[in-house]
Ligand binder design. Structure first.
Ligand code: BTN
Length: 318
């Protein structure tokens, strides 16, 4: 009901009488008043003037599910959104839901996370109302060793979503850092549940710095606000990203991994660079020459041999 009220008030722009609103919505005037009160509690500024009715004055900078649904162009991604003011981590909640058979495309998002996590056991700081912190459940029918490709397509989707929304070029530092001017704008965390060697489900977690100001960011990090010089609508960024994630996921399903790799090369910050890769097993140094069809990074070692890596901490040397 709240979503429909906001939709109608937005459309009207001016005042909409209580009588007309309750008639359109099929509820009593008293019930309407109660819904307006709950919207006010959620932070919507709605003027109520006798004889004139209700007028929407401002919308809060929140990612309420019903706000995200309005104007979302996807078919499945974000069809079900679970919104939380605060969570331990959206990864844990999404995993619990996936274990209970939640549909592909289900999104869990939080305004802040108390135990947000990054790759390699790092903490993901999630300042409230400043960034985007969400996880999406995917159920690709692929072998476990092909799963890295899903992280690559997610990274492409995020770059395209941001480009569509605010014309900013974001690049991908393999495998899952999102970079602008060599600073980190965000990252992707992929967690997988597999049976034998088939993927059962994947949870793709996305953390992005959106409206963080300079002093709240470490020197190697940036935010959309820093890059664009103005605050941006987190809602708009999220809707565009979900759309492009779905487009790239369909591309993968219809055309296979090579279509993704082809696109990925255009966004890569890593290809052609000399890199050092640290993983728990080894330390490799060489030139990043390509990504192969299962998402592994191909490194040309100084010996001339080529080695494939799937994970690790990547340092660009030059
Ligand atoms: C990284 O760069 O190391 C990946 C960071 C991923 C952070 C996101 S925020 C939403 C989701 N929930 C988490 O706890 N982590 C991911």
């Amino acid at each position: 009901m709240e979503d429909r009220i906001i939709y109608l008030l937005k459309k009207e722009q001016g005042y909409l009488s209580g009588e007309e609103l309750s008639k359109t919505l099929g509820v009593s005037r008293q019930a309407l008043w109660k819904h307006i009160q709950s919207l006010k509690e959620l932070g919507f500024d709605i003027a109520a003037v006798p004889h004139l009715g209700y007028r929407l004055i401002s919308i809060p900078d929140r990612l309420y599910d019903f706000q995200v649904y309005q104007g979302l162009k996807t078919k499945d991604f974000g069809k079900r959104i679970l919104y939380f003011d605060s969570l331990s981590s959206t990864m844990d909640m999404a995993t619990q839901l996936a274990l209970k058979e939640a549909d592909e495309g289900t999104v869990v998002l939080a305004e802040t996370q108390v135990k947000g996590r990054g790759r390699l056991g790092r903490i993901w700081h999630s300042p409230k109302y400043k960034g985007l912190y969400f996880s999406i459940i995917l159920r690709p029918k692929i072998a476990l060793e092909k799963a890295s490709i899903i992280t690559l397509l997610a990274a492409i989707g995020i770059c395209e979503g941001i480009k569509n929304y605010c014309a900013l070029d974001v690049q991908i530092k393999w495998p899952n850092d999102l970079m602008v001017r060599n600073k980190k704008l965000g990252g992707i965390l992929t967690e997988i549940k597999a049976e034998v060697d088939e993927v059962n489900f994947m949870v793709i977690g996305v953390g992005l710095n959106i409206n963080n100001d300079k002093k709240s960011l470490i020197s190697q990090a940036t935010s959309l606000r820093q890059e664009k010089g103005e605050e941006l609508s987190r809602l708009g960024v999220l809707q565009n990203i979900l759309y492009r994630l779905e487009v790239n996921y369909s591309l993968f399903r219809n055309k296979g991994p090579l279509a993704i790799i082809d696109k990925w090369r255009q966004f890569s910050l890593t290809l052609g660079k000399r890199v050092k890769i640290y993983s728990h097993r080894e330390h490799i140094e060489g030139e990043a020459v390509d990504v192969d069809s299962d998402g592994g990074l191909l490194i040309r070692l100084d010996s001339g041999l080529t080695q494939k890596v799937f994970a690790g901490d990547v340092i660009h040397c030059r």
